[in-house]
Design a protein around this ligand. Structure first.
Ligand code: PLP
Length: 476
């Protein structure tokens, strides 16, 4: 132990244990309850409050991993995990993550890891091309879409008010950001962090298919201009969190260009769908965006975290974020230092896992998986549509189905909500599948999302049977 785990034999022993553990876990995950069946505080109460003073053998940690940690894990890898947007890991992605951890590089500057900086440029360009977007866009990888949107809106803020990064907002114009009522809360959070305040976010009404109304956007922009408020950015969404609706980006881009407003597109989930050509329609107009985000960790078989942020104007990001203290200055002509384009300094080698995913699947393999997932969601939607007791609550353009139980005798919204909450709880408690919920136009919706590589028709059939069995048992 004196060599502090650095010997080849220590690595060998640990990797062997880990390899066996991961294989066993992958083999058994579909037999585990999807949702962790523990009460809040359970795991913490099982663990010693202070760290060990002396080394413990790996067998002891692995035993506790199995005995204590695993029961408190919600298994996003379970084929029956059908909530939120699935996390779509894959063996090549996981191995890429392992190698990134083993290399343990920090790509804050080009010279601190040239491979990281350059592979990040290459794979983000590959991903853009795979979605039918300009491969010439400047791309970089962040942890999450929330960070990507924050970064993009930070660049938009600097463009709207040059010098705001140095002077702050005090004394400057009041700024506004526009997004639909269905846009993700990360837009509000970005406004909070950027000092605009949540009230700067104008939530534009949507049409009957949950898409931003461009006439509403136009009216809000004009109203702000009349009041002396400066429109800073519009955030359009391709694949909204609840219903996966797609905002009319071509018309929004037209308006933004005419009005000189930064357009950021949030395609965190649905961007990856465009890897299959028949879903390219969803990204129409996005080539005109000033910035664009899509998350391979949501639907491109890449483990969390991996969010690709693009821009046609890298200089705007530099203007917002470049700041080089003496201890970070470099003299490498032609080198790209990614720290100049973001607020974070440290940078993980996320590009590696995405590179492995592209190499392992190829565009055809990725498109095939996406197609399969959409086909499964549409199959589920057909079962819902054919049932007398269930109904769809939104169109199903991708791999998400929003539906509810609606037995004819229940009419009041409050009674329907109560019944559906009970139903969801009953289904999730049984541990075969896990679905989440949302609210669409005031109606409580059951939310089923396909994203796991192992999810197949049998799993969806089980989910459908679970909903029917539990509904019958509720006897409402
Ligand atoms: N944007 C959309 C449309 C989302 O659906 C989500 C999360 O589901 C996010 C942004 C936030 O994603 P992240 O967890 O990567 O910050």
């Amino acid at each position: 132990m004196s060599e502090g785990w650095s010997s080849a034999s220590a690595w060998d022993e640990l990797l062997d244990l880990a390899r066996r553990w991961v294989l066993r876990y992958q083999g058994q995950v579909r037999r585990l309850p999807v949702l962790a069946p523990v009460e809040p505080g359970w795991l913490a109460s099982q663990l010693p409050p202070a760290p060990p003073m002396d080394p413990e053998p790996p067998e002891a940690w692995f035993a506790d991993l199995e005995r204590l940690v695993l029961p408190a894990v919600t298994h996003w890898n379970h084929p029956g995990f059908l909530g939120y947007f699935g996390i779509t890991g894959s063996a090549p992605g996981v191995v890429g993550e392992l190698i990134a951890a083993a290399l343990n590089v920090n790509g804050m500057l080009w010279k601190t890891c040239p491979a990281l900086t350059e592979l990040e440029q290459v794979v983000t360009s590959w991903y853009a091309q795979a979605m039918g977007l300009p491969g010439s866009w400047f791309g970089m990888i962040a942890d999450t879409a929330s960070t990507s949107t924050l970064l993009a809106l930070g660049a938009a803020r600097e463009r709207a008010v040059p010098g705001v990064r140095d002077l702050g907002l005090a004394g400057g114009p009041q700024l506004a950001v526009y997004c639909s009522q269905e846009a993700h809360s990360s837009v509000d959070k970005a406004a909070m962090v950027l000092g605009l305040g949540r009230q700067a976010v104008r939530r534009i009404p949507t049409d009957q298919h949950f898409r931003m109304r461009v006439d509403g956007l136009e009216a809000a922009v004009q109203e702000d201009r009349r009041r002396g408020v400066l429109p800073m950015a519009v955030v359009a969404t391709v694949g909204t969190t609840s219903s996966t609706s797609v905002d009319p980006v071509p018309a929004i881009a037209e308006l933004c260009q005419r009005e000189g407003i930064w357009l950021h597109v949030d395609a965190a989930y649905a961007g990856s769908a465009a890897v299959a050509e028949e879903f390219r329609w969803a990204l129409a107009g996005c080539e005109r965006a000033d910035s664009f985000v899509a998350n391979p960790h949501k639907w491109l078989f890449t483990p969390l975290d991996c969010s690709c942020l693009y821009t046609a104007h890298p200089q705007a990001f530099r203007a917002a974020y470049a700041l080089v203290p003496a201890y970070l200055s470099t003299e490498t002509p032609g080198a790209l230092d990614l720290m100049d384009y973001t607020f974070q300094l440290g940078r993980r080698f996320r590009a590696l896992k995405l590179w492995f995913v592209f190499r392992a699947f190829g565009i055809r393999g990725l498109a095939e998986q996406i197609r399969r997932h959409v086909g499964l969601a549409q199959q589920f939607a057909r079962w819902v549509g054919q049932s007398c007791d269930f109904e769809l609550l939104a169109p199903v353009p991708f791999s998400v189905v929003n539906f509810r139980w609606h037995p004819p005798r229940l009419q009041e919204e409050s009674a329907l909500e109560k019944a559906n909450r009970q139903l969801l709880q009953a289904v999730n408690r049984r541990g075969e599948v896990f679905c989440s919920h949302t609210v669409l136009r005031g109606r409580f919706a059951l939310h089923l999302a396909v994203g796991n590589q192992r999810t197949d028709e049998e799993v969806l059939r089980t989910a459908w049977e679970e909903f029917q069995t539990c509904a019958a048992a509720l006897k409402l």
